[in-house]
Design a protein around this ligand. Structure first.
Ligand code: IPE
Length: 271
């Protein structure tokens, strides 16, 4: 088996976060072209993308992150039950996934999609689902998955499985993963101060639990964990011997620089 990395395309990077179901196609295109360049170095890439405005807005509105709520009342007619809303969000996520797949195919990669609602269940880093489908040592094959609404045991019935949990399991359980990269929108990595007041000097280049950071978690629109979840899962992965990095996905060549051992800008999560 040759070199392999896992890259998470953050939802806030690849979509307009507050405009329902609008993708940043240009950013996705640039990311995919860098993925192609990475594969040309003989490194296989596995991609997991987030949801952004294709997932969080409806999931929040229909409280899908809380699971099935028997007494939940529907106040408009776009949807008559939470189960219907689950189907809406799954469909929207497939639309975003189709955009990512088409950009990967455009650059000549053989992209294979693995929608979590078809193979995964339950939540958190211990979610269930066989990862064998992500195995293959052909660098031209790019496996793609994403944060999704999945089935959950018992009364809860369904819930939101974050792409951050998927990348954690992939990085830890698949053989020979050398790095996990979180490609984020609007920031160069973890910052010492809130993003809107940060300057060049406020980037944390190496993070370990004793270093404090500031990040924006829009709990009002975000149904998963925001930056805090990335750090938690990233740290778990780093403790398992995989190198973990946060990089500004608006400058995707930084990911190429990282894997080619050239200087790059971003944050490394230490074990
Ligand atoms: C969320 O997945 C999935 C849904 C809301 C359906 P992520 O947690 O991976 O998404 P982002 O990166 O925060 O958008």
């Amino acid at each position: 088996m040759g070199r392999r990395i896992v890259v998470k395309f953050g939802g806030a990077l690849i979509t307009k976060k507050d405009e329902q179901c609008v993708a940043h196609t240009e950013i996705i295109r640039n990311l995919c072209s860098v993925v192609k360049s990475i594969t040309e170095q003989g490194i296989q890439v596995i991609i997991v993308h987030g949801a952004g405005s294709f997932g969080h807005l409806k999931a929040k509105r229909w409280r899908l992150n809380e699971g099935y709520i028997p007494e939940f009342e529907f106040s408009d007619d776009t949807c008559t039950s939470q189960l219907e809303a689950v189907e809406h969000v799954r469909k929207d996520m497939l639309k975003l996934n189709a955009i990512v797949l088409s950009e990967l195919k455009q650059v000549g990669l053989n992209a294979l999609s693995h929608p979590p609602h078809e193979w995964a269940s339950n939540l958190g880093p211990g979610f269930l689902g066989n990862l064998d489908r992500f195995q293959s040592d052909d660098v031209g094959v790019v496996h793609v998955s994403f944060g999704d609404v999945v089935d959950v045991d018992e009364d809860r019935q369904f819930g939101i499985l974050s792409g951050d949990d998927i990348v954690a399991r992939l990085s830890i359980e698949l053989p020979d993963i050398e790095s996990l990269v979180f490609a984020m929108g609007g920031v160069d990595g973890l910052l010492k101060v809130p993003p809107h007041v940060a300057t060049e000097k406020d980037l944390i280049e190496r993070w370990s639990p004793e270093v404090s950071y500031q990040g924006l978690h829009q709990a009002d629109i975000d149904v998963t964990g925001g930056i805090g979840l990335k750090i938690k899962r990233g740290h778990l992965v780093a403790r398992n011997g995989v190198s973990v990095h946060l990089i500004n996905g608006e400058y995707p060549t930084r990911i190429l620089d990282l894997v080619c051992d050239r200087p790059w800008r971003g944050t490394t999560i230490l074990p």
